[in-house]
Design a protein around this ligand. Structure first.
Ligand SMILES: N[C@@H](CCC(=O)N[C@@H](CS)C(=O)NCC(=O)O)C(=O)O
Length: 213
């Protein structure tokens, strides 16, 4: 049972259980054994910075800690790692020093951002304009590239790693596309195989996508 002081010191993630960028941070927290509270951001159309933990970009996730607030998934994962007593071997984006790995991180992160734009356009009542069509084409292109290269990516990652930011990103991207019905992902057989294998982690089982009540 945590003491009152421990509860006060516990970091707070501003996010949503249905958000793929939030899930990256929650998988990291689970892998790193860092306890946190989830502050659900209910209205992603809000223009109130405070609703997003103070992030002026009006985006989730943010992480509130005793040292200050961290904006964005990568910053948050790094801070969770610093707070963790476990210190597993994590492969970070700056460690990806061959094209296939660096490009996979770029495209997985960009595909997530493109998906956010497509989903938000739908939520916000945006029309089916030419730019929407371009974003969808770009998303399909990126998925095709990732499908073709995921085998080489997994082979090139350092075998002695405990976790990589790239694999967590990729897992959250592919499963979220299906969850939000942006794209059916079954035709991407290599990515599906990767996701099935990655889903055996307890951290994945503990952070399933769902719409917060
Ligand atoms: N650069 C941010 C992007 C976060 C992001 O786009 N989050 C989405 C939810 S998954 C969001 O807040 N969308 C609100 C909006 O687009 O207005 C990160 O890496 O965490």
């Amino acid at each position: 049972m945590p003491t009152v002081l421990e509860e006060l010191a516990r970091p707070v993630i501003f996010g949503r259980s249905s958000s793929h960028f939030t899930r990256i941070t929650r998988i990291f927290a689970a892998e790193l054994g860092v306890d946190y509270d989830l502050r659900v951001v209910r209205d992603l159309m809000s223009s109130n910075v405070e609703d997003y933990g103070g992030n002026p970009a009006l985006r989730i996730p943010s992480l509130q800690t005793s040292r200050g607030v961290w904006f964005g998934a990568l910053n948050i994962c790094r801070e969770l790692w610093r707070q963790s007593g476990r210190k597993p071997r994590v492969v970070w984006p700056e460690d990806l020093d061959v094209p296939v790995l660096a490009n996979a991180q770029e495209l997985a992160s960009q595909a997530m951002a493109t998906e956010v734009s497509l989903v938000m356009a739908k939520v916000g009542g945006g029309g089916d304009g030419a730019h929407q069509a371009k974003m969808r084409t770009a998303l399909l292109n990126m998925m095709a590239w990732l499908e073709e290269n995921v085998g080489a990516v997994l082979a090139a990652l350092p075998p002695q790693r405990d976790l990589s930011f790239l694999e967590v990103t990729l897992y959250c991207l592919v499963t979220h596309l299906e969850f939000r019905e942006v794209l059916p992902t079954a035709p991407y057989s290599e990515l599906t195989r990767f996701c099935q294998q990655f889903a055996t982690r307890a951290s994945v089982g503990a952070t399933a996508f769902r719409f917060d009540p």
